[in-house]
Design a protein around this ligand. Structure first.
Ligand code: SF4
Length: 362
């Protein structure tokens, strides 16, 4: 660790003033709410992908109060495709908590912020430093990568001792705020600078070390070991589960969607009916619809990976013709027209993919 933190943060700030990104949507009209939304979206999503979702989300939920007042289905609908839906659910719950307990404004204290669902230490640090001009520390994936390389940090930086070490480094290098006499920098600017450095120069593959403001102090570069850091998560073999996804379609070009239970995978999202791999589709239709299907056609299977298992999905098109509307249970199942339906529907990514492939739109 560089004892004099300024030797680290000053070149980063100088570089950022010249080369940092300043046109990202969440860098305009900065507010705690906008920073919060962007930080949550960027947790598992690349900047390019997040931008249209951010703009659309802000258009539909322009304030924290509008997010708090929305239904879960509405919020999930505008999150569809981003994945990790608990992020959206937590944001809505946190917004409701902020309205109830903090008068509708995100709290200015770190301890209050991390009490809110889905807001961890780094997200709180970003909100406080970027939108509230407080000295607060961030450690997102980009910052972890930079610090792990600069210090050749051993071990996977996602938990345990390596993570503890990274927080120590991040804390040490964050500049004072308010800034030292005569200086321009703030911790918020440093937060943005470190995120930019990780996202644009110290990238996972092919980092541009020749342009990097901290290259003189980068131990991984000096040892020619940049690609070895950060060290990967120890691999484990994921179990595989196989299911059939039934695309039950009626004569109005609608497909049947079921609301998933509140626990388990994709909680509360609208998904296709599922059937264990070896179960008969005919028997399923007889039991659920009271009639045999007109046609049954299996499509090529594909996989979707969760953190703890791999789901092998076998899509099956089932033409069930007409007279099937009476099976609907309010709030549990409905016939969805992917090209015309206005009903908001948060869809798991594989379901969205299947509907897009077959209807051109989810
Ligand atoms: S010198 Fe290269 S590896 Fe080291 S921090 Fe800079 S970009 Fe990353």
């Amino acid at each position: 660790m560089l004892d004099n933190a300024k030797l680290f943060y000053q070149p980063v700030l100088d570089w950022h003033r010249k080369h940092g990104r300043s046109g990202l949507p969440w860098q305009q009209e900065i507010s705690p709410y906008r920073v919060w939304v962007s930080e949550i979206m960027l947790q598992q999503t690349r900047v390019d992908t997040a931008i249209p979702y951010f703009l659309n989300f802000l258009q539909h939920f322009p304030t924290l109060a509008t997010l708090a007042a929305a239904t879960e289905d509405q919020v999930l609908h505008h999150w569809t495709g981003l994945g990790y839906y608990n992020r959206a659910r937590n944001m809505r719950r946190a917004a409701q908590q902020v309205v109830e307990q903090h008068g509708g404004e995100l709290p200015e204290s770190f301890d209050d912020l991390i009490e809110l669902p889905g807001i961890g230490r780094s997200t709180a640090g970003a909100i406080l430093s970027i939108s509230m001009a407080q000295r607060a520390v961030i450690l997102d994936g980009n910052v972890k990568r930079v610090l792990a390389r600069v210090h050749r940090l051993a071990g996977w930086p996602g938990s345990g001792e390596p993570l503890k070490q990274l927080w120590k480094l991040a804390e040490h290098y964050t500049p004072p705020d308010p800034p030292e006499h005569g200086a321009l920098q703030t911790a918020g600017e440093y937060s943005q600078a470190m995120m930019d450095l990780g996202a644009t120069l110290c990238t996972r593959h092919n980092p541009q070390c020749q342009l990097c403001p901290v290259s003189d102090n980068c131990q991984a570069l000096q040892m020619n070991e940049v690609t070895l850091y950060p060290q990967p998560k120890p691999r484990k073999v994921l179990p595989v589960k196989e299911i059939q996804f039934l695309l039950l379609s009626n004569s109005d070009d609608e497909v049947l969607l079921d609301k998933r239970p509140p626990v388990g995978i994709w909680p509360g999202l609208w998904s296709l009916p599922e059937l264990p791999l070896n179960n008969s589709v005919e028997d399923y239709c007889l039991e659920r619809l009271g009639k045999s299907p007109l046609t049954v056609k299996a499509e090529k299977p594909f996989s979707h990976t969760f953190s703890h298992f791999k789901l092998m999905i076998h899509p099956v098109w089932v033409d069930v013709a007409e007279s099937t509307k009476d099976i609907m249970e309010p709030n549990r199942s409905f016939w969805y027209n992917p090209t015309h339906s206005e009903k908001p529907a948060g869809l798991p990514a594989p379901v969205k993919k299947l509907l897009q492939k077959n209807f051109g739109k989810e």
